[in-house]
Every structure is written in C-alpha cells, then in structure tokens.
Design a protein. Structure first.
Length: 326
C-alpha cells in the first residue's frame, strides 16, 4: 500500500505500536462489519511525522494517539448533537471503514488526535483506545460510584482496565474468569483488584452475597463475550442493579428477560467512547491510577501478525502489540 497523504486538517502519524483487539479477530472471521478492502488495527500510538497546512495543535515529533471513530454526520443526527458521535448512524472508524494502524503510517483528523502523557511509553500509549472504551463503559454508561460492589466478567485487557477504572472510582471489584485465567488473576491482584474468582472452582454467587450483605452486586460488567457470563450477571445483580455489556459475542445470545423485569435490572451497552472519556482516561494514566505496562505481554513484527492473532485466540498473555516494519 502507498503511504497515506496528509490533508490540510490532518496529522500523519508514524505508528510505533498497535494492539491486537478482539474486534480484529472478529473481522478476520467475518463476524464484524467492515468496508473492505481496508487496513485494520485501531489501538495505536506513534509520533507525528507531518501536519496539514491548517493544523495548529501538533508538530512533527509529538507523541500522540487518536480516536478510531473518525467519520460521522457532522451534527445532523440527534446522536451527534447530544455528544454521542461515536454511535452516529453514519459512523465510520479506522480499521473498519477507513485504513487503520497495522501499517507504518496512519492519517487522522486533527480533532481526533491526543497527546499521550509524558510519563508513559509509546507501547503503553497503544493501549489508550481500549482504556478509553473502559472509562466510557464504567463511568459514562454504568456510572460506577464509590461504595458500589462491581463484578467484572473476563480478565482480559478490557476486563483488567475496566476493573482498574472501577477501583479508581471507589468501587469494590470482583474479577471473574476460569482456571485458564490464573496468570491474569495474579496480575489483577498485583493491580489492587479486591477479589478474583475462578468460576470453575469457586461459587461466585456465594462470594457476591457475602460481600454485599445478601443483596447482590450493584454492577455487573460483561467483558468476555461469553453467553454463560450474561446469565451469571443477571442472577448476581441486586434488584435495580446495573448490567453493562462490553464483550462482543459474534452471534445472538439468549437473555433471561423475565429476571430483568422482576428485578428491574437496568441494561446498557457500551460500544466505543466519548470526548469526555478520552480526557478522563488520559488524566487517570498521567496520575498513575491506571497501570498499562503490566498488561503488555508480547510484541511482534507486523509480518508475524498470524502468530499474534493465534496467540490472542488461545488466550496467551493479555495485550499483544504489533510493530511496523522499519
């Protein structure tokens, strides 16, 4: 592919690292809509290589990342006018509808670019997008607050980030998974997560009741994309508890709506991010309240992408990064 051309209001970024996301795996399996042919990859960080004539906020050499949602109607629809541009009906994103960051260079609109904090590396900066999605889910969508008992299913990168955000907001966090997640549980405990639970060995329901005084969890955030976790979440929540879905299933799954009705459970989805989430997330990292480096477990050349994708599917490690060919 030829190098992308930088427009007047755009920033051309030399990619240093780009993370492999579960969405990339769904794209590979044709389980997530894209507009091919398109270069995928949307969790990235790099340095500014060139700026357009009208760009004033950035200069070559700046360390930056960017929002992957880059196309919308520009304020014609209610979603955009109310600040929810990331789910605009004309939404388009890098790595899905326009070329993404599994490449040496990527071009982004100036309005979508953010400087990364000075106290983190490029590699950590590549986790900005999943971190921001977690902040949006935990704070914007679920509105976790101090004192909440929060159960998070799935100790992958998103689950570990969401758990850290919930802790930073004052929640008591239980992170659940299976025996295959033992190494991730060890890391979670090092990151300060209150309780980890292997659902194949322990009774998660009993633990939730003990920690909640018999009422159930205030919040359940599903990050695994497991239908079984959905059933578990509905049963673990207290009446009028909040359920947020982050994980993608790639297929339709059953839902116990009778329990949702009887318990008046509030269900929401969390698909992307907001400007507010970007600003809050980068501030949390700058303050050291969210740790990104421990989540990076392997790095490969982009030429080894098949190995990286296989490792991700086999749940080896947590966050895998790809680097462009020099």
């Amino acid at each position: 592919m030829p190098d992308p051309v930088c427009g007047n209001d755009e920033v051309k970024i030399e990619v240093v690292a780009c993370g492999v996301c579960g969405t990339d795996i769904h794209i590979q399996k044709d389980e997530f809509p894209t507009t091919p042919p398109v270069i995928i990859g949307h969790e990235f960080c790099g340095r500014v290589a060139e700026v357009g004539k009208s760009v004033t906020k950035y200069k070559p050499g700046d360390r930056v990342t960017a929002e992957n949602v880059c196309l919308n109607c520009g304020g014609e629809c209610y979603m955009c006018r109310s600040g929810h541009y990331a789910i605009c009906v004309k939404r388009g994103a890098q790595g899905l509808n326009v070329h993404g960051a599994f490449a040496k260079y990527i071009v982004c609109k100036e309005r979508n670019v953010y400087r990364i904090p000075d106290n983190i590396s490029f590699e950590e900066g590549a986790l900005s997008e999943p971190m921001v999605c977690s902040v949006h889910a935990v704070l914007d969508q679920t509105k976790v607050s101090a004192g909440d008992l929060v159960v998070i299913a799935g100790p992958g990168a998103i689950g570990l980030l969401a758990a850290q955000v919930a802790k930073a907001e004052g929640g008591t966090v239980i992170l659940s998974g299976t025996t295959a997640d033992e190494e991730r549980f060890v890391l979670a405990r090092k990151l300060g997560i209150d309780r980890t639970v292997d659902v194949l060995k322990e009774d998660l329901g009993k633990i939730v009741l003990e920690l909640s005084g018999g009422t159930g969890a205030d919040v359940f955030i599903e990050c695994s994309g497991s239908p079984a976790a959905v059933d578990s979440g509905i049963s673990l929540l207290k009446k009028r508890g909040r359920f947020t879905q982050m994980g993608i299933f790639g297929r339709k799954v059953p839902l116990d709506l009778d329990s949702v009705v009887v318990k008046e459970i509030i269900i929401t989805g969390s698909a992307s991010h907001s400007s507010n989430a970007w600003e809050r997330a980068l501030k949390l990292v700058e303050q050291g309240r969210i740790k990104l480096k421990p989540l990076i477990t392997s790095e490969y050349s982009i030429l080894e992408w098949e190995r990286a994708f296989k490792e991700f599917e086999e749940r080896k490690g947590i966050k895998i990064l790809l680097r462009p060919v020099e």
